[in-house]
Ligand binder design. Structure first.
Ligand code: NAD
Ligand code: DAU
Length: 334
């Protein structure tokens, strides 16, 4: 079916990769991106895509009138727009409450009024964290237990979506994905920060002991999972997205150093993040069994090598963000 799809936050890291994914995989769809172009978004992330098939609107998801109009003009909404960085949320929480909670409320009211399909993008962080030796992973039935202002606002947005489904019959699905990596990720995030530190001749920076575990997934696999849910998912359901990519932060830094031809011990320990979640791990059985989705980028070393190559080749993309980002970290002793 030919679709007109509205992608919020489509100029950010995962949103722009998703736009490229559906641009390639669904050539008859029309895509409209709405993005406020905060420090984390750039229209250049969508460079090279044909304007006939992709419309870009610079705007805020909290803008009731604009959202009402754009939702009314499209068949479905995929909602990525968010303030996304934990460290920023610990420093300045308000934009997280505004965009992640109030913004999601605006989207929900518009899809309710116009009776449009919504897929809401969320995170595994809403479930809190796991012990290193816990045999259980996060699943769709795990209780919510968020730790940071970021994850609590994402949890709040998920709760709004669930309530709008139950109370108003909104046609929505939710996905909770683990840590993404790949091209176009802001240099404030762990992997791009370490890669660009090395490229600028400095040492990677590990928070605390570096034993914290993240469950890495390539952003292309996140995109294919979201497309599967949008097309085949059951309304009202939540789907975990993950690719069995558990690694501790020290292992990731060592691998980056190895791939970049440096000594594996050439990193430094910096101040830990307050309330730092210890471990995330995803059980993705439901999406695999019910929707037949499988990740393709399962070799982390290959995916990481490609990502490092992308940052090496695209210095002009990340360089303008780098000094300001490091200045912020310096203030925090990180
Ligand atoms: P990002 O920070 O790279 O991009 C967010 C985008 O949203 C930016 O383009 C920004 O300009 C835009 N935006 C922010 N506030 C807005 C507003 N008020 N109105 C309109 N646009 C606004 O984030 P990301 O890492 O690409 O994350 C995208 C989504 O995926 C978020 O909902 C995040 O919670 C979720 N998620 C991220 C990860 C991850 O590993 N990065 C994992 C799971 C889920
Ligand atoms: O799990 C999904 C979440 O993953 C998403 O919801 C978030 O939007 C996304 O930012 C990410 O959150 P994290 O806090 O896990 O990602 P971040 O890249 O900030 O950090 C990953 C790990 O690396 C974490 O344990 C903190 C650590 N870290 C981070 C930075 C920036 C370091 O050790 N050194 C660093 O310099």
């Amino acid at each position: 079916m030919r679709m007109k799809i509205l992608v919020t936050g489509g100029a950010g890291f995962i949103g722009s990769n998703f736009v490229r994914h559906i641009y390639r995989e669904r050539p008859d769809w029309h895509i409209t991106v709405i993005d406020a172009l905060t420090y984390a978004g750039s229209e250049h992330n969508l460079d090279g895509l044909d304007k006939e098939r992709l419309a870009f609107v610079k705007g805020n998801i909290c803008d009731e009138e604009l959202i009402d109009q754009l939702v009314g003009e499209n068949d479905a909404v995929v909602h990525f727009a968010a303030e996304s960085h934990n460290d920023n949320s610990l420093h300045t929480p308000w934009p997280f409450v505004e965009t992640n909670v109030v913004g999601t409320f605006r989207i929900l009211e518009a899809v309710r009024k116009h009776q449009k399909r919504l897929h809401h993008i969320s995170t595994d962080e809403v479930y809190g964290d796991l012990e290193l030796d816990d045999p259980n992973k996060f699943s769709e039935t795990t209780s919510y237990n968020p730790s940071s202002p970021y994850s609590s606002t994402k949890a709040g947005s998920d709760m709004l979506v669930r309530a709008w489904v139950r109370s108003f019959g909104v046609q929505a699905t939710i996905s909770n994905c683990s840590n993404n990596y790949g091209p176009y990720q802001h240099v404030e995030k762990f992997i791009p920060r370490q890669v660009t530190e090395v490229l600028e001749g400095r040492r990677p920076k590990l928070y605390g002991s570096g034993e914290n575990v993240r469950d890495w997934i390539h952003t292309e696999d996140h995109s294919s999972a979201v497309l599967a849910i949008l097309e085949k998912g059951t309304i009202g359901e939540t789907y975990m997205i993950g690719a069995n990519g558990e690694k501790n932060n020290k292992e990731v830094v060592e691998l980056i150093l190895e791939i970049m031809g440096k000594d594996k011990t050439d990193y430094e320990h910096v101040n830990d993040r307050p309330g730092h979640d210890l471990r995330y791990a995803i059980d993705a059985t439901k999406i695999r069994n019910e929707l037949g989705w499988l990740p393709k980028y399962t070799d982390f070393k290959t995916g990481l090598t490609d990502t490092i190559t992308w940052y090496r080749d695209n210095e002009a993309w990340w360089k303008p963000q780098k000094a300001e980002t490091e200045a912020k970290y310096k203030e925090l002793g990180r």
